[in-house]
Design a protein around this ligand. Sequence first.
Ligand code: GDP
Ligand code: IMO
Ligand code: MG
Length: 421
Amino acid sequence: MIDVLLGLQWGDEGKGKIVDYLAEKYDIIARFQGGPNAGHTLYVNGKKVVLRTIPSGVFQPHCLNLIGNGVVIDPVSLQQEITQLIPLQPDVVKRLFISHRAHLILPTHRALDAASEAAKGEDKIGSTLKGIGPAYMDKTGRNGLRIGDILSKNFKEKYNKLTQKHVQMLRQYGQEIDWAAWEQPFFEACEYIRELQIVNSEYWINNHLKAGKRVLAEGAQGSMLDIDYGTYPFVTSSNTTAAGVCNGLGVAPSTIGEVYGITKAYCTRVGSGPFPTELNDATGEELRKVGNEFGAVTGRSRRCGWIDLVALKYTVMLSGVTKLIVTKADVMDNFNPVKAAVAYIADGKETKEFPYDLCDMTIEPVYESFAGWDVPIGTCTQYSDVPQVFKDYVRFVEQYLETKIAYISNGTGRDHLLSIP
Ligand code: GDP
Ligand code: IMO
Ligand code: MG
């Protein structure tokens, strides 16, 4: 069976930390979508590591790690990531497998990402500018290059054809770029990747499943950034919900077991787009400070607000979440009251459904307030230590979402995790 772990908000829910913890129970950790726009933070022996394309099972020595076909790979960024990991985990390459079918991010994709964002001006998405959108556009436009192409004799030819097209597109944006300067590092990185374990990942993973191996699919971004169900157009370019696992790894829906959905005890968003519970006040500022809400990839400050149960109920539904994990509960130690949005007043009408398009409507969240707690959650080592008011809050969230909360994360370390019996 494949269990799935994914973010239920706008990303950065703490997926890296939780995968690193859960990986102990799995044989294989597999990324199924996204690319180096992800930044998954882990603390290993007290040292902070941010993973971008490599699955977060890399620090569990028994785990194999697969970068699935649904991922887009920037060779330069992947080589850098591996090089930085080798001193910490020397066998990283031996345990890493990459799908033939994963698409490549070319240097010109990054240039196109930047040009497209600049052209949008005020309406920009706030992309991480890693070339994700343009790479997925070439994939669905049937122009893309794949990891398998690196092994082909006429890779250079295919590359030239595509980059010439990109150069034309960049001219339409009024940009003449010295793209040739990026070629050398790109081809050097492709040479490096040629030597890695490139596999027919759909057979690879299905054979492992047949052999009874336990697989955890690691999501990137968050459900509210999903290309179909997120706050379009302020989204990323892949399916971040559970359905993305089947396409992104080549596995049947019947192989999916547990779906772990992660949410912070509050809510953050980096980049532009609607955010109904955003707090543009001192409380929001305090959340950012106490939660250290600055992007793992871009260092941008994250927008902060109260937890949004309307949006969460929507994303729990979309992915069929079976178990919830609430992270950063320790951050809420500093707030009294703690609030949760339980409905929206959308254009004057109360609703509990997440609207189709929030951009052109006024949304006023309806909040439920909870008294703060005096025993810091961050100091608890087991769930029985947490104060009753916090347990009541947990029960309320479970009842609203009709889903069990399995773990409360109360710190950055691997062991800052309270299992709820
Ligand atoms: P990801 O993209 O979902 O893996 O999340 P990020 O790594 O981008 O952001 C999560 C941040 O929160 C990281 O800095 C983590 O170290 C940190 N973090 C994760 N869980 C907790 C927690 O329970 N408490 C606190 N205080 N920090 C946490
Ligand atoms: P992890 O996996 C938070 C956001 C960007 C932008 C939008 C589109 O660490 O949770 P893109 O680079 O895909 O064109 O950006 O999506 N975004 C993320 N926000 N966490 C992420 O990944 C994100 N990946 C992309 O900020 O608003
Ligand atoms: Mg992140």
